[in-house]
Design a protein around this ligand. Structure first.
Ligand code: SF4
Length: 715
C-alpha cells in the first residue's frame, strides 16, 4: 500500500554502531515510514533492522508505568512513589555505607547527554566512580588499545577510507551480519575496483568470510600469534616503513621502554611455521596475508568483538594497530586501523564522556590527580569531590552486588542478566542488592529481578545525540509522545539528582543545555567538538570530531596535517599529539595460554556471536512480527563432532561448561572449525551466558565470550 507521509525528518537508526542516517516519515503524529538517508554515509541503504525502526515503536510488551516489588511481586506504582523509594534507598546506603555502596550501570544505547549526566551525578555529586556499563562488554579492549598506542581513544580513520583501500584486513568481525551497511560500502569498493583484496580472519566461515580472497580460519584465541607472525614477515620481506619507525614510533614491553632490536628479537619465536601450528592454519597463508597487507597501496583493517572479547583483547588491538604503524599503512586515504563499535552510542556516549569506572571525560583518568582537578574545575565542584579510587568495572560491580559491597544500583537501557557472561551468580547479585531498572520493555531477564522498574522512552519518543564508529556525532529527533507513562532516561537522572540533593549540578535542565555544557568542556581536550551545535546536527547527517569551531566541517582523518585542526606541526607526516612525545607505541605481546583448559570432561570450545536480523538480547527485535520467526536457538556443530557425539541436524543438544549448561538445536555445518561450537547470545530461552566465562582481559577488564571449554550431548 502507498503510505501517506506528511513530513520527513532526519534521524539515525536506533541499532548498531554503523549509525545509518535515516529519514523518518510522519503522519497524524505517528511514525509511518522509515527509509535510508541518501545524504548520509550509508548512501540511502538500511539493513533489515534499520528498515524496522518504525515497527519497534509500536510493538507490544512495553513497560508502561513504574512498578515496585512488594511481597515478591512487581506492582504498579506512581512515579512519585517509585522515585521517592529509590531516593530514600540510595540516600540510606550512602549515609550508612558511603558513596561506594551505590552504582550506575549504563549503556551504549543511551544518548550522550544521558550518559554524561549520569556520570556527572555519580562522580561529581554522589562521589563514587561506580559508573560502568555494557560498553565494558564490547569495546573496552579497543578503547585501551587506542589510548595506550596513540594516547587517546577512538579510531583515527573514517568510513570514507573504505572507498580508497586496496586491501581489507577483517579480523574478528562478522561485519556482513553485524555491521552490514559498512560491509556494503566495502563491497562497493570491491565492485568498482575488482583487484581489491579481502583477507578475513575468523574461526567460523561467516557470511563475511564467504567473500574472502584469503580466509584464515584460525583457532579461537590465537590471533596474537598470527599478528606477531605477520609482523615477523613484514621485517623479513622489507615491508616495514623505516621513516615511520625513525620519526614516529617507540617500542614498549609492559611499562618499560625497549629498543626496536629487542622487539625484533621477540618476533623470532613467531616464524610462520611456528605460528601456523598455534593458529591451525598454513604458514603459506600467513606469508600471503602479511605480503598483501604490507605491500598494498592502502590497507584498511576492520575488527570488533572477535578481537575485543577475549582475555588478550588489548594485546590483539595493540598488535593490529602496530601492523599499520610498522608498515606505514596509516594516515592516508584507505590506510588505517578501524575498530567497529557494537552499539549506537558506546563511543561518543560512554567512552568519550568517561562514563566508565576508571575514566573521566575526554580521556581523563580518575587515578590521575591532575585530571580530577581539571574536571572538578570544569564541573564547578570543590577540589577533592571526585574520588581517587576507580570504581567497579562491569563484572566486579555485579560481584560487589553479590557480596553486599554495592547495596543499590541503577541500571539503564541494558539487559545485563542476559548479556553478562557466567550469568547465574549475577542473578543472585540482583536479588541481594536494591536494583532499579529503567527499560522500554518488560519483562526482560533483568526487569524480572528488579526491585523497581521504570518505564523508559525509546528512539523517537525522545531526542538526543548518538555517535557511531567513526567519531561522528548525529542527532535523533523527538517526534512522538512516549508510550504509557514512560519518561526519558535523561528526565529520570535529573529527577534522581534533585531528590538526592545534587540538582545544583544541573542548573539548566534540558538536554540541549547539557549538550552545550558538554561541547564546551570538550574544547579543553583533544576531543574538541565545540563547533558541533544542536542546530548543525539537526540540519545535516552528523559531523566527525575534532571540530573546534562552528565553521569547521569536521575531521575525516585524525592526526593528519591538513585534515586534523589539532595537529601542531603542519610539515610533519603525522602528529600523534595524544602522546607526550608525539610518538605512537608499539607493544610487545606474547601469545598467552587459555584461561581454562579443555579436558576429557570439556573437550570442545564454545564461541558466541550474533545474526543479522536480531539485536543483542532480542528485547526489541523478537517482538517485531517480521523477525520473530528468525531462529536464534541453534548450536553450530562441525559434522565430525556431530558424528562423534551422535547428533543429527535439528536434535536438541545440551552444551555445558564448568559454570552451567543451556539447550539448543543442533545445526550441523562445516562452516565451523572441528572442535568448536557456536551459539548466539540473542535468545533468553536458550541462555548461552549460563555457559560462558567471566574471565577478563587484565588491562581492559573486558570478558572473554569467544572461547570457553565445553561438552555437548543430546538433550
Ligand atoms: Fe541500523 Fe546498523 Fe542496520 Fe545501519 S547497519 S540500518 S545502523 S542496524
Amino acid at each position: 500500500p502507498v503510505i501517506d507521509v506528511d513530513s520527513w525528518h532526519q534521524g539515525v537508526c536506533r541499532f548498531c554502531g554503523t549509525g545509518c542516517g535515516i529519514k523518518i516519515g510522519m503522519s497524524d503524529g505517528k511514525v509511518v515510514d522509515v527509509k535510508g538517508d541518501p545524504a548520509a554515509h550509508n548512501r540511502g541503504r538500511l539493513c533489515i533492522k534499520g528498515i524496522l525502526n518504525r515497527e519497534i515503536l509500536y510493538v507490544e510488551d512495553r513497560a508502561l508505568y513504574p512498578m515496585i516489588r512488594k511481597n515478591g511481586e512487581l506492582e504498579r506504582a506512581s512515579w512519585e512513589e517509585a522515585m521517592e523509594l529509590i531516593a530514600s534507598r540510595f540516600s540510606q546506603s550512602i549515609q550508612n555505607s558511603g558513596p561506594d555502596s551505590v552504582a550506575f550501570y549504563g549503556s551504549g544505547q543511551l544518548f550522550t547527554e544521558e550518559s554524561y549526566s549520569a556520570n556527572k551525578l555519580f562522580k561529581a555529586g554522589i562521589g563514587t566512580n561506580n559508573v560502568d556499563g555494557n560498553p565494558r562488554l564490547c569495546m573496552a579492549s579497543a578503547a585501551v588499545g587506542y589510548t595506550s598506542v596513540f594516547g587517546k581513544d577512538e579510531p583515527m580513520g573514517c568510513y570514507e577510507d573504505t572507498d580508497h583501500a586496496d586491501c581489507f584486513f577483517v579480523t574478528g568481525s562478522n561485519m556482513a551480519e553485524c555491521h552490514p551497511i559498512v560491509w556494503e560500502r566495502l563491497q562497493d569498493r570491491k565492485r568498482s575496483n575488482p583487484d581489491t583484496f579481502l583477507i578475513v580472519v575468523d574461526p567460523r566461515k561467516t557470511r563475511t568470510a564467504e567473500h574472502a580472497d584469503l580466509f584464515l580460519q584460525i583457532k579461537p584465541g590465537t590471533d596474537v600469534a598470527l599478528y606477531n607472525s605477520m609482523i615477523y614477515e613484514f621485517y623479513r620481506r622489507g615491508l616495514v616503513d623505516l621513516e615511520m619507525i625513525e620519526d614516529y614510533l617507540s617500542f614498549q614491553s609492559g611499562s618499560n621502554s625497549i629498543t626496536e632490536e629487542q622487539f625484533r628479537s621477540h618476533l623470532e619465536k613467531y616464524t610462520p611455521e611456528r605460528a601456523a601450528s598455534v593458529c591451525g592454519i598454513s604458514a603459506e597463508q600467513i606469508r600471503e596475508a602479511a605480503f598483501r597487507f604490507g605491500n598494498s597501496p592502502a590497507t584498511m583493517s576492520f575488527w570488533t568483538m572477535g578481537l575485543n572479547q577475549q582475555i588478550q583483547g588489548t594485546a590483539a588491538n595493540r598488535l593490529v594497530m602496530a601492523m599499520h604503524l610498522l608498515t606505514g599503512q596509516i594516515g592516508r586515504p584507505g590506510a588505517t586501523p578501524f575498530s567497529l563499535t557494537g552499539q549506537p552510542n558506546a563511543g561518543g556516549g560512554v567512552r568519550d564522556t568517561g562514563s566508565l569506572a576508571h575514566a573521566l571525560p575526554n580521556g581523563r583518568l580518575v587515578a590521575n590527580p591532575k585530571h580530577r582537578k581539571e574536571m572538578e574545575e570544569l564541573w564547578n565542584v570543590p577540589e577533592g569531590t571526585i574520588s581517587p579510587n576507580p570504581g567497579h568495572h562491569a563484572i566486579s560491580l555485579f560481584q560487589a552486588m553479590n557480596s553486599g559491597d554495592v547495596e543499590c544500583a541503577l541500571i539503564m537501557s541494558t539487559n545485563p542478566i542476559q548479556s553478562l557472561p557466567n550469568i547465574l551468580p549475577y542473578r543472585d547479585a540482583m536479588e541481594n542488592a536494591f536494583v532499579v531498572v529503567a527499560d522500554a520493555f518488560h519483562p526482560t531477564e533483568t526487569t524480572k529481578y528488579a526491585d523497581v522498574v521504570l518505564p523508559a522512552a525509546m528512539w523517537a519518543e525522545k531526542g538526543g545525540v548518538f555517535s557511531q564508529s567513526e567519531r561522528r556525532y548525529h542527532y535523533v529527533p523527538n517526534l512522538v509522545e512516549p508510550k504509557g507513562e514512560a519518561r526519558s532516561d535523561f528526565d529520570i537522572i535529573i529527577d534522581l539528582a534533585d531528590r538526592l540533593g545534587h540538582g545544583d549540578l544541573f542548573p539548566n535542565r534540558t538536554q540541549a543545555d547539557i549538550w552545550e555544557e558538554w561541547r564546551k568542556i570538550s574544547a579543553h581536550s583533544t576531543y574538541n567538538f565545540e563547533g558541533i551545535t544542536y542546530e548543525r546536527l539537526k540540519n545535516q547527517p552528523g559531523i566527525l570530531w575534532p571540530c573546534p569551531d562552528e565553521d569547521h566541517p569536521g575531521t575525516c582523518r585524525r592526526y593528519v596535517p591538513g585534515e586534523d585542526p589539532l595537529v601542531k606541526d603542519e610539515d610533519a607526516r603525522l602528529d600523534f599529539y595524544g602522546r607526550p612525545d608525539g610518538r605512537a607505541l608499539i607493544y610487545l605481546h606474547e601469545q598467552g595460554e587459555p584461561y581454562e583448559n579443555q579436558n576429557e570432561k570439556f573437550p570442545l570450545l564454545l564461541t558466541t556471536g550474533r545474526v543479522l536480523e536480531h539485536w543483542h538480547t532480542e528485547t526489541i527485535t523478537r517482538r517485531v512480527d517480521d523477525l520473530k520467526n528468525i531462529k536464534t536457538d541453534f548450536l553450530e556443530v562441525h559434522p565430525a563432532d556431530a558424528a562423534r557425539y551422535g547428533l543429527q541436524d535439528g536434535d536438541d543438544v545440551r552444551v555445558a561448561s564448568r559454570r552451567g549448561d543451556a539447550e539448543f538445536v543442533t545445526r550441523i555445518t562445516d562452516d565451523i572449525r572441528e572442535g568448536l561450537v557456536f551459539a548466539t547470545f540473542h535468545s533468553a530461552k536458550h541462555l548461552v551466558n549460563k555457559v560462558t566465562s567471566d574471565a577478563v582481559d587484565p588491562f581492559s577488564r573486558q570478558p572473554d565470550y569467544k572461547r570457553c571449554a565445553v561438552s555437548i550431548e543430546k538433550a
